[in-house]
Design a protein around this ligand. Structure first.
Ligand SMILES: Cc1cc2nc3c(=O)[nH]c(=O)nc-3n(C[C@H](O)[C@H](O)[C@H](O)COP(=O)(O)OP(=O)(O)OC[C@H]3O[C@@H](n4cnc5c(N)ncnc54)[C@H](O)[C@@H]3O)c2cc1C
Length: 385
């Protein structure tokens, strides 16, 4: 149940989903909310938190039980994301570690790899990440310069990555590399790499304007030798197509994040303005405040219904790239607008990092950038016109 829309029920939500929601809500309230400040100071989330989240059965929800997952549907993954955001978390890299990266193994790993790797990610023993972006190539993924050269039963990987979520602590990374640098997107391949591989090095945990508790980092690969079997899909040159197939899920996950954060921002603001006094009344009593919040609530609701429609499409196996891009575009633009209006209603306190609204404002901004920028979303959507 959404606290802002108590009577709203998405088409995909069954009683089982509701029970899971209650469980996730209680767990995140205890594990996430109280730790935000400490994580922001240390610039990473405790490894123990991943283990506890795994023990609570909140990772890899739609991965079959035989691979350590919960055997649920895609909606479970998204609803747990909603609950994480409602807990006012801006640090825990669950999207990348659970919703996104493991699915590359699920879809392109061999039976043996799935059995070896997924249970360790599901239990929280391993933290997972995906490394696409490089200093010289972000939107233009075909421009990646990391190479993977076959040498006997191994590939030798060289290159560098940046802005990698969970990068500071990841144990398991899906790496985008060129197996044929001359072949454009047809020369791209994905490799599963464990962080204990010689030649795997971490750079800085990057200083961001928000999400200070998230260990977004640089990675370097120096003559890193990985078994040839770690080429996902077992065939060179499939990487670009594998990414194109998986990115809609990443974009929908970001859209779910964005709508949930906008809901949380409006709720925080309603509470604040009803307490805060000015000119002998509460800030809520001003017509401007009510109109701003009425507008925000309407914006959040319309985006939420569309995003839930996309969740239903994903559950039904019908989510396409265009629709997922529209969800990401709409939800993240809406969030920036809503969180900015909400922050304004806090006055100067809205600018103070100790207030969750300030943390959300900073955390929201990157959603228009990562997972493919919103300009790239428009490019993708435009192809359908
Ligand atoms: C906090 C954070 C976490 C991240 N996590 C990850 C991660 O886990 N893994 C990972 O691989 N990456 C990650 N990224 C990287 C992110 O996906 C890229 O930053 C993003 O794709 C944009 O790439 P870029 O930064 O190189 O910008 P550029 O590609 O250099 O873009 C610069 C500007 O040019 C615009 N532009 C580019 N091409 C076009 C075009 N064709 N038409 C119109 N405009 C265009 C862009 O929209 C943007 O406004 C993360 C980034 C951040 C900030």
């Amino acid at each position: 149940m959404s606290a802002l829309f108590p009577d709203y029920r998405p088409t995909w939500e069954s009683d089982d989903h509701r029970l899971l929601r209650e469980h996730a809500r209680a767990f995140f309230a205890k594990e996430m909310t109280p730790n935000q400040e400490r994580w922001a100071e240390q610039k990473y989330v405790d490894r123990e938190t991943w283990r506890r989240t795994g023990e609570a059965g909140l990772l890899l929800l739609d991965v079959p039980e035989e691979y350590g997952g919960q055997g649920g549907d895609a909606a479970m993954e998204y609803l747990v994301t909603e609950e994480l955001i409602y807990s006012l978390d801006t640090a825990f890299g669950m999207g990348v570690g659970s919703t996104i990266t493991p699915h590359y193994v699920m879809n392109y790993g061999s039976e043996e790899q799935k059995k070896a790797w997924l249970p360790r990610i599901a239990s929280g023993e391993w933290i997972a990440a995906i490394a696409m972006t490089e200093p010289g190539a972000g939107s233009d993924l075909q421009g990646v310069r990391t190479t993977a050269r076959r040498d006997g039963d191994e590939y030798v990987i060289n290159g560098s990555k940046t802005f990698i979520s969970n990068g500071g602590s990841a144990d398991f990374v899906v790496v985008v590399a060129k197996t044929d640098p001359e072949a454009g997107h047809r020369g791209m391949s994905l490799f599963a790499v464990t962080a204990d591989t010689p030649g795997f090095e971490r750079g800085r945990v990057l200083e961001k304007i928000g999400r200070h508790g998230a260990d977004t980092a640089e990675l370097f690969f120096n003559d890193m030798r990985v078994p040839a079997a770690n080429l996902l899909g077992g065939e060179e040159g499939q990487g670009f197509y594998q990414l194109m197939n998986q990115l809609p899920r990443e974009r929908l996950a970001i859209a779910v994040d964005a709508v949930s954060m906008a809901e949380a921002a409006v709720l925080q603001t309603i509470d604040y303005v009803k307490e805060r006094g000015a000119f002998g009344k509460t800030v809520f009593d001003f017509q401007n405040t009510k109109h701003e919040l009425a507008y925000c609530k309407t914006e959040v609701y319309t985006a939420k219904v569309f995003v839930d429609h996309c969740v239903q499409l994903d559950v039904d196996g019908r989510l396409d790239a265009t629709t997922a891009s529209m969800a990401k575009l709409k939800a993240t633009e809406m969030l920036d607008d809503v969180v900015d209006r909400c922050l304004q209603l806090f006055g100067g306190y809205g600018y103070m990092m100790e207030y969750p609204i300030a943390q959300m404002y900073a955390a929201a901004r990157v959603m228009r950038i990562y997972g493919g920028t919103n300009e790239i979303m428009k490019e993708l959507i435009a192809r359908s016109l």
